[in-house]
Design a protein. Structure first.
Length: 311
């Protein structure tokens, strides 16, 4: 007779829209997880979210770290990074959101802390963990022979005309719960949706060798990348695209012709469930996941290089 492994005790840091919509419900329902509790910068929000999911609110992060095996972070990157360092120093596995941090120094500090204590880590990129998108990325990486690629990651979170029905909730203007996000307003599309584009392009085409960037309307940024394998790619990133123009498209061209990233058919919750699965596997086996902190740090380094190129 075999017995199942005990549930991994995971504490949630964060109470904002992303925590409420994705992290808390998925963690509470996951069969391999025990949602230990929730901490937030607003105690009343933490108490409300904890009650909704049958768990407790913690007064401090360190009190929560003492009761859990891992932490899931749904916080702005400048808040996420120092708390992730503290969690790793307490020996807790890390499930982080993108970007890991908004400076290379902070991102490397998180990775160094996890390396010192042997903590497993997974950084959640929605497309990379999407069922259809993830399978497509793996297949194109295995096929090789790609000459060039272009990604359009165009949201209308801050667009004046609002967003269309075909955009995701995270991309729509007007009613978007992310329109009041201070860090998104400060850092713009480069740091918010840029990580998503890189999470698709890098595994398929290889690491970035050189990066250039140019500004477009409002927060729109055009990235151009030469990859280590010789391929070239570009990406247009925006949170201020007109509603009818918003959407996500990635196209590859190579020796076998052309192919395009499949459209996501579900919300982010199934993808986050798979990210939790990935953390459970990494914590159990000790094998690093391709989307671990090393990859998260590399994404931060590329974004920082692009920001420097923008001046």
């Amino acid at each position: 007779m075999t017995t199942s492994a005990p549930a991994l005790r995971i504490g949630l840091l964060g109470t904002g829209p992303w925590a409420r919509r994705v992290h808390a419900p998925v963690l509470a329902a996951h069969p391999g997880v025990a949602l230990t509790g929730i901490w937030g910068r607003r105690p009343e929000a933490a108490a409300e979210l904890a009650q909704a999911h049958g768990t407790r609110a913690y007064a401090t992060p360190d009190e929560m770290f003492a009761d859990c095996d891992a932490v899931s972070l749904a916080l702005p990157p400048s808040v996420q990074a120092p708390l992730a360092v503290r969690a790793a120093e307490a020996g807790r596995h890390l499930l982080l959101d993108k970007p890991v941090a908004i400076t290379v120094t902070e991102a490397r500090a998180v990775a160094d802390a996890a390396d010192r204590t042997g903590c497993a880590s997974v950084v959640f990129f929605t497309a990379r963990f999407g069922e259809r998108e993830g399978a497509w990325i793996d297949a194109q990486a295995a096929a090789g022979g790609w000459f060039t690629a272009h990604a359009d990651w165009l949201g209308s979170v801050f667009a004046e005309d609002g967003g269309p029905a075909r955009a995701s909730e995270a991309e729509r203007g007007g009613s978007s719960p992310y329109a009041d996000s201070p860090w998104r307003r400060e850092k713009g599309a480069l740091w918010d949706v840029g990580p998503h584009a890189l999470s698709v392009l890098l595994p398929v085409l290889g690491d970035a060798e050189t990066v250039t960037a140019a500004r477009g309307p409002a927060d729109t940024v055009l990235l151009t990348i030469r990859h280590t394998g010789g391929a070239a790619s570009s990406a247009t990133l925006s949170l201020t695209a007109p509603g009818p123009a918003s959407g996500v498209e990635v196209a590859l061209r190579g020796t076998t012709g052309t192919t395009a990233l499949p459209r996501r058919q579900a919300g982010p919750e199934p993808a986050f469930h798979r990210a939790v699965d990935a953390l459970l596997d990494a914590a159990r086996t000790g094998r690093p996941h391709p989307c671990d902190l090393r990859f998260g740090v590399r994404v931060t380094e590329i974004l920082a290089a692009a920001e420097e190129a923008l001046g």
